[in-house]
Each structure stands twice: as C-alpha cells, then as structure tokens.
Write a protein that binds this ligand. Structure first.
Ligand code: ADP
Length: 601
C-alpha cells in the first residue's frame, strides 16, 4: 500500500462495481417495510394532487360558462381535501424517512468502525487519520440521504411521470406529444454530461479528504505547531487546501447546474410550443377548449418537474457514488493480520519465545530484519539496545503480531512445553497474554479507574488500586481532585508524561501478562519517580519474560541478556558484564553515554 499524505490525492483502488450495488441494496432492504409505507403515502399524495389541473379545467369549461355554483363548491372542497391529504402524507413520510436515513447511517458506521478496529497497523501507517475520519463521518452522512430518500424519490418520480403522461394523453393526445417531444434532447444531454460530472465529484471528494487530513493533523499537532510558531505557515497550507476544495467544488456545481439549466430551457420551449399549437388548433376550429390548454400548461410543469428531479437525484447519486466507493473500499481493505481460518486458542503460555530465521520488511524490498534468531527462556529479561531505527520496536511489534513476518517463525510455549507458531493462534489469545507499554502512553477519555481497567474490564476497584500501588501510581492518583474517579480527557492532558506512564504501567500490570514489553517506557520519568518505579517494575517483572527497550542504558544493566540490534539483526548479545568485557558496540555506546552523564564506567 502506497503511503498517502494530506497533499496527495487518493487514487481509487476499487472503482464502483456491480457488486457494490448489491451491497448498497443490502443496507436499504433492512428498512424495506418502512420505505414501502413512505412510498405509498407519497404516491397517494402525489397522484391526488394531479387532479388539481383537472379542477382548473372544470372551473373554466363547466363552472364559468354554465354558472354552476354547486359544482364550484364541490370543486373547492375537493381542492382543499387534496391539499390537506398531501400535507399530512408528506409530513408522515418525512418522519419515517428521517428515521430510516439515521438507521442507514448507523448501520454503515457500525460496519465501518468494526472493520477499522480490525485493520492492521500497516493500514494506519499508510494514510492520514483525517482521511479515515472523513469516510466514517462525512461520506456516510452524505450517502444516507441518497440511499433512503433518493431511492423513494426515484420510484415516486417515475410513478408521477406515468400518471402525468396518462392524464396528459387523456386530456389531449396531440398537445401531450408536444410536451413529451423535448425528452430525447434532454436524455442526450444527460449522457453527454455524465462522465464529466462523475470526474468532477471524484475530484471534489479527493480535495475534501486532503483538507480533512490536514485539519486532523493540525489539531493533533497544535502544541508542536505553537512551540515552533508555525501558525502562519500552517494557515497558508490550509488556505491552499481550502482553495483547492473550493475550486473543484465550484467546477462540480457548475457542471451540475447545467442539468437544471437545460431542463428549464427545454421546459420553456415546450411551454411556448404548447401554447402556440393549442391556440393555433383552437382558432382553426378544432376541439381544443381554453380549459384544456390551461390544464395542459400546468401539466407541462408537472411533467418536466419529475424529469428535472430525476436528473438531480441522478446527479446527487453520481456525486455520492464517489463517497460510496470510498466507504466500500475501506470495508474491503484486507485484514492482513487476522486469525487463520483454523487458528487455535493459545493456552496459558510459560514465557518462552523463539525467533527462528525471522525476516521482515515494512515495505517490499527494504528488509528491517534478516534471518534473525533469538531464543528466550521463560522469565528471562531481555534488553534491546542499539541505534535509533535499528529495529528494536519492530522486534517487539512482531512478537505481538502487529505485522506478519515475511519469512521464518516466531513461537511461544505453553506450560507443558508445546510450541505454538504465533501466526497460527488467535490474535486475542496471543495479545491478552502480552503486556505492552508503548513509547507514548495513550490515555483514553474517562476516569483514571477506567484507564487502568482498560484491558481487564472485570477488574475490581481493589485490584486497580493494588496494581497502582505496585507501580507507585497510587500516591499521585490519590492527590488528584477525585482520586481514581478523576476524569481525564483523551490523551490525558492533565497528567504529566511520567504520570501517564505510571497509569499505563498499572494498566499493564492489571492485565497480568506472561510476557511484558516496555518500549522506551521509562524515558520520561524523573530520577526520583524512576527510582520508585524501578522498585515497582522489579515486582512486575518477577516471573515474567520481559523485553525492554531503553535508551538510558543504566536502567537495563541488570537484565539477564542485552541484545545490541544493528544491521538487520542482533549484532551483539550477552549480559552487561560480558558485553563490557567484549569492548564492542555495546561497550562503546555505554561508555559514551556514561561519559555524557559524568558517570564512571
Ligand atoms: P528502533 O525501535 O530501533 O528505533 P524501529 O523498529 O522503530 O527502530 O524501526 C526500524 C526501521 O523500520 C526504521 O528504519 C524505521 O524507519 C522503519 N519503520 C518503522 N516503522 C515503520 C512503518 N510503520 N513503516 C515503514 N517503516 C517503518
């Protein structure tokens, strides 16, 4: 998957296919009964209103010449009745359809979100969050109307058309033919404009997506932007993206407006032709009454209105097709890291891990690890050190199977010594036995209690407090305004970096994993907190296999084994003392760091 940025238009990987229509229909048919009711009500309202021109005709041709007041009253009552029925039915229909449209939004969002939750890291690595958000929020909103009201309106307008044609032809066939004669011209125009319209709306969806991507990134990074006083630069990038949005939008609207303009022009021409022909035939002594000409004049509008509406719905559909394609594309995004069809549930593991000939690349052709071998005993503590970008985080990501390896195998063992290839067991059973503390301790919106309980929802409050005490998080939490019930917002803005890490330590401890992964986890804790934490960590590490990535080498001196990662694999391996004696890469790194900190080696 190619990487995408806010200033790169997305190319559509799966254009709209026939199967998408079926899928679209699946979302609609769940609401079939309600939609049918709405359709029936609308058709009744619409068909009854078709009598209005007939009323006009009767007034002119019967009431006026015969001075028939009784008929006038009857027609007036009929007229009021039609109007009231139309209003009531239209209101009920809007209510039903508002409901259906919200349900469709809900269904699509639910499916999209469920899929997004399953998509692997590689999906999120390759596109900006804003472009994902815009699909779930804006596109779904936008397509729901066309999928609910749009469908009903199409059917309704077709019913309208059929009835109007019948009414027109029963009123006067020759005049009716004049009204219908403009249709082929209009259809030819629609065929001509369609591909242009589609392209214009696709461009609009691309630019809109770019704009959203940059917006999301800017909100996420607003603090860094302000540190670096980047506001002006950012504003100009935003303006550029917004201008691009406006330009493509205007173009799309301009093209779409031609549809309405053309239909309006044809309507006017038809009107003129109708009156000329009607008056011509009437003065020629043919059987065309004044009432018939006026009624037909009203039908012209009623015939061309549904055609214009259909063209607009079609236009809207073309516009939304671009969104629908994006939505389905996301839903079809393969879950490349998933349970194999015959995946077994991993029993309780003992902590032993084997990497055998592991080769891995994020992007084809650029191997990060090559034929890496590592055999870790249960309960062993392993430190991963080495230059930035060497592949330390990658190794632990592979162990949790956030990415699939290209070659080789990674195995874990149960308490009876049976080995399990991690690609052949369920992700759930694997990951629940691993405790991971990432570089950035993510805090979710909610209380501190919820945050610590995140990975084990059934944990009691006592369990939470116990875990927090072990990792020395309890003291600071108790000092917060509402203790464990203190609400933090997304990203935990009211907590210091160190506090966030303590919370995430407690979260991990509570899930009681066999294998513990600490990725740079101690890097932003002050020395005093670190000392406290070290005690907690020692308790936490006891009896568990651990992989610790740390830049501060002083923190990993006591690990059982230290791996120096470099050059696509393990360059050096041994205890701190062994590696110091070897005077190789680790020794150099350690002495350089110790010198920097003014420590004795
Ligand atoms: P370390 O943890 O040792 O600093 P990483 O394991 O994070 O290094 O990264 C190893 C290499 O893989 C780096 O060159 C980095 O640029 C690359 N890399 C890391 N994550 C990704 C990713 N999601 N997509 C592509 N390349 C990546």
């Amino acid at each position: 998957m190619a990487r995408n940025k806010f200033d790169v238009d997305e190319t559509l990987e799966t254009p709209f296919q026939a199967k998408h229509l079926k899928r679209t229909f699946d979302y609609i048919k769940r609401h079939g009964a309600k939609m049918l009711l709405a359709l029936i009500l609308s058709s009744l309202a619409s068909v009854s209103s078709m009598y209005i021109p007939k009323v006009t005709q009767q007034v002119l041709d019967d009431v006026v010449p015969n001075k028939n007041l009784t008929l006038l009253w009857q027609l007036a009552l009929l007229f009021i009745g039609i109007v009231i029925i139309s209003i009531i039915f239209t209101v009920i229909r809007s209510r039903i359809m508002a409901h259906v449209s919200q349900e469709i939004i809900y269904d699509i969002r639910k499916d999209l979100f469920a899929h997004l939750q399953r998509l692997p890291f590689s999906y999120y690595d390759s596109r900006p969050a804003g472009k994902i958000l815009v699909r779930v929020i804006n596109y779904v909103n936008s397509v729901s109307d066309i999928l609910s009201n749009g469908i009903i309106n199409i059917i309704l307008e077709i019913i309208n058309l059929v009835f109007i044609v019948i009414f027109m032809y029963t009123t006067n066939a020759r005049l009716a033919t004049i009204v219908v004669a403009g249709l082929p011209f209009f259809l030819a125009f629609i065929i001509y404009i369609k591909p242009r319209q589609r392209k214009a709306w696709q461009a609009q969806s691309n630019k809109n997506s770019n704009y959203n991507a940059y917006l999301a990134e800017s909100i996420d990074g607003v603090k860094v932007s302000q540190y670096f006083t980047r506001q002006e630069v950012n504003k100009s990038i935003m303006q550029r993206l917004a201008t691009a949005c406006r330009t493509v939008w205007m173009r799309a609207i301009r093209i779409s407006n031609t549809v309405w303009l053309t239909s309006e022009t044809i309507t006017q021409i038809v009107f003129t032709m109708l009156y000329i022909a009607g008056v011509y035939w009437m003065t020629g002594g043919e059987m065309v009454s004044f009432g018939v000409i006026l009624a037909m004049g009203q039908y012209v509008g009623r015939f061309w209105q549904p055609i214009t509406n259909l063209a607009n719905i079609y236009n809207n559909f073309v516009n939304n097709l671009a969104y629908l394609e994006r939505i389905f594309e996301t839903m079809d995004e393969p879950v490349t890291v998933d349970d194999a069809p015959d995946a077994a549930t991993l029993p309780e593991i003992d902590g032993r891990v084997d990497f055998d000939n592991v080769t891995f690349a994020y992007e084809e052709g650029i191997n990060i690890l090559e034929k890496m071998n590592l055999h870790v005993k249960a309960g062993e503590s392993i430190a991963l050190v080495g230059p930035t970008g060497a592949g330390k985080s990658t190794i632990v990501n592979l162990l949790c199977r956030f990415y699939n390896i290209n070659n080789g195998s990674i195995c874990v063992y149960d308490n009876d010594g049976n080995s399990y290839d991690i690609s052949k067991v369920t992700l759930h059973s694997l990951r629940t036995q691993m405790g991971i503390m990432l570089q950035e301790s993510f805090i979710f919106s909610g209380t501190l209690l919820d945050n610590i309980r995140y990975g084990r929802l059934d944990a009691s409050e006592e369990d939470v407090v116990k875990a927090a005490k072990v990792v020395r998080a309890d003291a600071f939490i108790r000092e917060m305004p509402d203790g464990y019930k203190t609400t933090v917002n997304e990203r935990g803005n009211r907590l210091s970096q160190g506090q966030k890490q303590l919370v995430s330590f407690a979260r991990t401890l509570l899930s009681d994993p066999r294998i513990l992964i600490l990725d740079e986890a101690t890097s932003s804790i002050d020395t005093k907190t670190e000392r406290l934490l070290q005690e907690g960590l020692n308790a936490l590490l006891k009896g568990r296999t651990s992989f610790i990535i740390a830049h501060r080498l002083s923190t990993i001196k006591n690990c059982d084994r230290i791996l120096y990662i470099s050059n696509k694999g393990i360059a050096e391996m041994g205890s701190h003392d062994e590696l110091m004696e070897k005077k190789g890469l680790y020794y150099e790194m350690y002495t350089a760091q110790a010198r920097e900190q003014g420590l004795e080696v």
